[in-house]
Design a protein around this ligand. Structure first.
Ligand code: DAH
Length: 353
């Protein structure tokens, strides 16, 4: 389409694009075309009066026709934009609001540590077992070679239940297990050696809830019983574990210790994960962090489970995933791992928005 006037034709592409303008652009374009002072068509209209009569008629008619077309196009576009805005308002949609981030879940740091530890042992032929959190004195202490009324039982600060055990007098009182070691007994009584098993679970002690103690925390027990098993198997397996879990160059050391259910007994340290051996407040300047207790299964424990201690030997360990998560992530207060504060958990998991 042509107006027959080249300077008016120059405005035709702008007439076509009115239907694509946004609200602010529409307002600016109306002023640019029809504005009283400097609108392009206003200027053309002013020129009409200066033309010779014949031309004045033709040009004047063309300018007025174009002006009417622009006015109609602007009005139509305004109607469309108004209708769109009303529809958005009715839908409660405000396109100027900032976007809402998607909520991303992640494993709890302790769950992640437990899974990684269990996976490492599964990779070398261990199976996974679980046991009850309500135990009897027999499983939790006596079968594990704790002498009755020995102070070693006090050191666990046991939480006892009022109800009598279903198993009868000889089982002793009911209690919340103070460690996962009673599942060693349950495992050996259920399935004779060879046994290679890891046992994750919660344990309970009558402890304060402070930065380094909690009345409830996790443990992972390990047990390997077979013919010809020695302390060499214990060390090699636990060093393999430390290298897989903390990194291939991680230094380890074993210190003599005491547990009623192992002989000899040891504690295993890994180099401090925060200062890498240099010494820092977290490792109290030693450069080492204790991660587990271990030892050769005491022959009395095997016999309490009706396992022939002449034929079979074994080793065991117990470690605390809550403590290990604290060492690994440099978390100074165990309560942070138990309280469920999402601000802390999202930061550790890297899912903070
Ligand atoms: N049950 C011990 C505790 O809670 C940890 C432990 C030490 C477990 C040595 C073991 C072991 O199996 O051999 O303190």
């Amino acid at each position: 389409m042509s107006t027959g006037h080249p300077d008016l034709d120059a405005l035709l592409p702008r007439l076509d694009s009115v239907s694509t303008l946004g609200a602010a652009e529409l307002e600016a374009e109306e002023i640019a075309v029809l504005g009283r002072k400097s609108g392009s068509l206003t200027a053309a209209l002013k020129r009409v009066a200066t033309l010779p009569v014949e031309e004045r008629k033709r040009f004047g008619a063309a300018v007025n026709r174009l002006k009417a077309q622009f006015e109609a196009a602007f009005a139509a576009r305004r109607d469309v934009l108004d209708a769109e805005r009303t529809a958005r308002d009715q839908a409660g949609l405000d396109l100027t609001m900032p976007g809402r981030g998607r909520w991303v879940g992640a494993e709890h740091p302790v769950t992640k540590v437990v899974r990684e530890i269990v996976d490492i042992f599964r990779g070398i032929g261990f199976t996974v077992a679980v046991g009850p959190e309500v135990e009897t004195e027999w499983y939790n202490f006596l079968a594990l070679n704790f002498p009755a009324d020995h102070p070693a039982m006090d050191m666990h600060d046991t939480l006892y239940l009022d109800a009598p055990p279903a198993e009868g007098e000889s089982a002793g009182r009911l209690l919340l297990r103070t460690h996962t070691s009673p599942v060693q007994i349950r495992t050996l009584m259920e399935s004779p050696p060879p046994v290679r098993v890891v046992i994750p679970g919660m344990v309970y002690r009558n402890d304060a809830f402070d930065p380094s103690h909690s009345p409830a925390f996790s443990q992972i027990e390990g047990l390997a019983v077979d013919e010809g098993i020695s302390f060499v198997d214990l060390k090699a397996t636990l060093i393999h574990f430390a290298h897989r879990f903390f990194g291939p160059a991680t230094k380890t050391r074993f210190r003599p210790s005491f547990f009623p259910f192992t002989e000899p007994s040891a504690e295993m340290d890994v180099e401090c994960q925060l200062c890498h051996g240099a010494g820092c407040p977290a490792c109290k300047g030693t450069g080492w962090m204790e991660i587990l207790g271990c030892g050769m299964v005491h022959p009395s424990v095997l016999e309490n489970c009706n396992v022939d201690a002449e034929r079979y030997t074994g080793w065991a360990f117990g470690m605390g995933p809550h403590r290990i998560a604290m060492l690994r992530y440099g978390i100074p207060d165990i309560r942070l791992l138990l309280e469920g504060d999402m601000r802390f958990l999202e930061r550790v998991a890297g899912t903070a928005r």
